[in-house]
Design a protein around this ligand. Structure first.
Ligand code: CP
Length: 302
């Protein structure tokens, strides 16, 4: 049993499925999140070195729903701004009694931190362009709720794949299942790592990529991670790669439309597609609380 959740590759298929099952237990018959005072003696810290709404707030709510004390660590107002290293920062939090750190960082630091501070439990809440494991757990939970199973599905992912930690973790997670197909699509300059993928295939024509799909996931252009200005022709981008209701109609009638958020509305997805009955984007946000309750409960119980 692993101590930290750094990558979905660290979980066995059984462990991953048990987290999907466990998360459902935190939703009551009315669709509300259960509040159980399971961990009144535990303290978690939300340490975010990048902006976040969904991940940070859902971990905050999840921790409080489980009876934990939750430290909202504000990196900009902390002693990090005076030059203190992240190692000393997390060590200080550990000495103050923090049991588990939920950490988002633009660089790959969490594995080293976990080695430096073996007593601390770490949950990766989004690390650079490399991993966002809890987002994929939410996405798999949402797919399973809506489609009944993750097996035998045709899945298409479109957008800025090269900068996406969501797609990296999704590939790790979905590799545990017998999906029918995984198709990557998007502007070639944003999909260079997915032209010849380990699983699945690249299809530059989004109309072809979405045809008969069961699941279509759109990802935002991550302007903040571009090292050079792409001089993107936004109108052309939208014409070729925007998920619209016309394109959704090419997928299966009961296809689900996903997006991890935040959405650049009317860029990677049209507002009508976002609001269509196929869209489960708001389900993904809501499932964030239940899944993060499951993750916290699992990793605090060791
Ligand atoms: N999906 C996701 O990580 O959203 P936030 O950046 O709002 O946390």
């Amino acid at each position: 049993m692993i101590k930290n959740l750094l990558s979905l590759n660290d979980l066995t298929k059984d462990e991953l499925i048990s987290l999907l099952d466990f998360a459902e237990n935190f939703i009551d018959a009315d669709g509300k999140f259960k509040k159980d005072n399971l961990f009144p003696d535990k303290t978690i810290a939300n340490i975010f070195f990048e902006p976040s709404t969904r991940t940070k707030c859902s971990f905050d709510i999840a921790g409080k729903n489980l009876g934990c004390s939750v430290v909202d660590f504000n990196s900009e107002n902390s002693s990090v701004s005076k030059g203190e290293s992240i190692y000393q920062t997390v060590d200080a939090l550990s000495l103050m009694g923090v049991d588990l750190c939920v950490l988002r960082h633009p660089n790959s630091v969490i594995s080293e931190l976990a080695e430096y501070l073996p007593e601390m439990v770490f949950i990766n809440a989004g690390e650079g362009s490399t991993a966002h494991p809890t987002q994929t757990l939410i996405d798999l939970m949402t797919i399973r709720q809506l489609k009944g199973s993750i097996d035998n599905l045709k899945i298409t992912i479109v957008g800025d794949l090269d900068h996406s930690r969501v797609v990296k973790s999704f590939v790790e997670g979905v590799s545990n299942f017998s999906i029918e197909s995984l198709t990557f699509s998007g502007h070639p300059s944003m999909c260079s790592n997915y032209m010849d993928p380990v699983i699945g295939s690249y299809e530059p024509n989004l109309d072809i990529a979405v045809t008969d799909a069961d699941v279509v996931m759109a990802l935002r252009i991550q302007h903040e991670r571009f090292e050079t200005d792409m001089s993107l022709d936004l109108d052309e981008y939208k014409h070729l790669y925007q998920l619209t209701t016309e394109r959704i109609s090419m997928a299966k009638g009961d296809a689900i439309i996903m997006h991890p958020g935040p959405v650049n509305m009317d860029i990677e997805i049209s507002e009508t597609a976002y609001q269509s009955e196929n869209s489960v984007i708001r389900n993904q946000v809501a499932n964030g609380v239940a899944m993060r309750m499951a993750v916290l409960a699992r990793f605090l119980s060791q």
